[in-house]
Design a protein around this ligand. Structure first.
Ligand code: ZN
Length: 396
């Protein structure tokens, strides 16, 4: 057991914690033990992340382990918190491998057992400009076991929401085409990390065909044949439309290594601005490949054409990548270096980092605008029938 010195309370040393979780989700055959750094106060708090289990209607205690051994059985209420801490740290490592310099305003707080718009079947990302604490915040519901399940235990859920935090550094609009890109990329980076085009492999409830695109298996999928500009595509809501983003990026993998695509896409985020649309996304992807010295500009271009994006790229000649229109005049050079950590979270610093946000303040309750950065939106009956009828046409 680690001895706490007289100054440890004031000056936490980062120490290794042993934490149990499924490697990805309850679909895995067994839990494993993972090592992540914590600040040594006996809770799942690190330099980058913190958990919170007592807010609004939730009174579940936090996991506490003075010996930093957070080893729990999946039936233990503390296992959900341990799982989320492991999984979000895994995604941080993944994004750092793509070039992410680390969180600037931190810790990002993950709030468990959340009720969002009167349901436990959802998750949510709140940027620091909108959260009650002034820090980036992720809320995750438990799932009611009827509509969805295992939301805290399946790493794809917190991965998707953390993806919004990464993407939100440049793309801050949360409606229209910007929302489609947000949702699509939050899914895509999860696919890329997991090397699996199935989102949330453990969260679908067998027998419920109203929520998951691949019944009982995947909330959404990157393996699809969605085609931009078709009436079928136009009738989908943003999360489902976003599948064309992940689909396009996964289309590239036969030619380009999966992790090279992920890094190219990560670098492309720097070309986006607060309200970029799908044309901007496509130009950013092409430019990112060109700027990185890649030789895949025409391959990416042709993949985009095959997805129906030709009308958005009419002025692009992929054989002359130097002439690709720059999608905006964004100066995102600050993304290359992390801002010094600010545990005080001054309003001045927050404004400097996230000053472009036009997002409204969220009320301090469990009522959120329906278009916010949710994990999933309820499908209305007409949409359910549409997706069902055409499922075999669009999804494999
Ligand atoms: Zn989302």
């Amino acid at each position: 057991m680690r001895e706490l010195g007289p100054f440890s309370v004031l000056f936490f040393d980062m120490v290794d914690a042993t934490i149990s979780a499924y490697p990805r989700s309850p679909v895995d055959p067994a839990t494993e033990k993972f090592t992540d750094q914590v600040n040594g106060d006996g809770t799942l708090t690190s330099d980058s992340f913190a958990t919170n289990t007592t807010f609004y209607q939730s009174t579940t205690p936090r996991a506490v382990a003075s010996n930093e051994q957070f080893i729990y059985d999946p039936s233990d209420y503390r296992f959900a918190e341990a799982s989320i801490f492991v999984h979000i740290n895994q995604m941080l490592v993944f994004y750092e491998s793509l070039g992410y310099p680390g969180l600037d305003l931190k810790p990002l707080t993950v709030m468990l057992h959340a009720t969002i718009n009167n349901t436990k079947n959802n998750a949510l990302y709140e940027p620091p400009t909108s959260s009650a604490s002034g820090y980036p915040t992720i809320l995750i519901g438990d799932g009611d076991g009827v509509v969805l399940q295992n939301l805290p235990l399946d790493g794809d859920v917190v991965s998707h929401e953390f993806g919004h935090h990464i993407i939100y550094r440049t793309l801050k609009e949360t409606s229209g085409e910007s929302l489609v890109i947000h949702e699509g990329l939050a899914d895509y980076f999860t696919y890329a990390k997991q090397n699996d085009p199935c989102l949330g492999p453990s969260i679908c409830v067998q027998g419920d065909e109203n929520v998951c695109v691949v019944y009982g298996k995947c909330l959404r999928t990157g393996i699809n044949t969605l085609h931009y500009g078709t009436s079928d595509f136009d009738q989908l809501e943003a999360h489902l439309q976003g599948q064309i983003i992940g689909g396009l990026l996964l289309d590239l993998s036969p030619q380009i290594d999966r992790l090279v695509v992920a890094k190219t896409m990560y670098n492309a985020l720097a070309y986006l601005v607060y309200d970029s649309g799908i044309r901007d996304f496509l130009l950013a992807l092409l430019l990112s490949d060109y700027k990185s010295g890649g030789n895949n500009t025409c391959y990416i271009y042709n993949a985009a054409i095959a997805r129906g994006f030709g009308s958005l790229l009419a002025d692009v000649d992929c054989t002359k990548p130097a002439n690709i229109p720059v999608p905006n005049i964004a100066d995102n050079s600050d993304l290359q270096t992390p801002t010094t950590s600010s545990s005080s979270g001054s309003s001045t610093k927050k404004k400097n980092i996230f000053g472009c946000s036009s997002a409204p303040l969220l009320p301090p309750s469990d009522s959120y605008p329906p278009w916010w950065l949710l994990f999933v939106l309820p499908l209305f009956p007409v949409l359910i029938s549409l997706v069902r009828r055409r499922r075999h046409q669009h999804y494999k």
